[in-house]
Design a protein around this ligand. Structure first.
Ligand SMILES: [Zn+2]
Length: 134
């Protein structure tokens, strides 16, 4: 299956107004935006990346600044854009994140404050990996 190309979408799924390509954020691809209601039509496969960054014997966590999970901790990550390689997405998302927290061991990870089950599971998998794979 080929992924639908953005130029195939001409009208807003919310109000049927005309869509136009707009650059909303430097470094990201142009998005289709409704010229009538402002709806942003994200065309992406909802594939997510997550980076587990070792740092001084621990891993890097960031505090979420938006919902869902506002104020909770998560490993840096986010959605892969259409046409973007997974490796590029993990680099971009990690760079975009701010408010880094470095923990110095699994005992310092705030397990009860992790925003998403997938993050907790990825961190647990990482910590259970043999040392030569970390
Ligand atoms: Zn609209």
């Amino acid at each position: 299956m080929t992924w639908p190309s953005p130029e195939n979408y001409r009208f807003c799924p919310v109000c049927a107004g005309p869509l136009a390509e707009r650059l909303l954020k430097p470094g990201e691809p142009k998005r289709l935006v409704c010229t009538r209601c402002g709806f942003i039509f994200y065309i992406d496969p909802k594939l997510a990346v997550l980076s587990v960054v070792p740092y001084q014997g621990g891993v890097v966590l960031v505090r979420r600044a938006i919902e869902p999970g506002y104020g909770l901790w998560v490993a840096p990550g986010g959605f892969v854009d259409v046409g973007e390689k997974v490796e590029e997405a993990v680099v971009r998302e990690t760079q975009e994140e701010s408010g880094l927290l470095v923990v110095f061991g699994p005992d310092e990870i705030p397990w009860g404050e992790i925003a998403f089950r997938s993050t907790k599971e990825a961190l647990q998998e990482y910590l259970n990996m043999p040392g030569e794979l970390k």
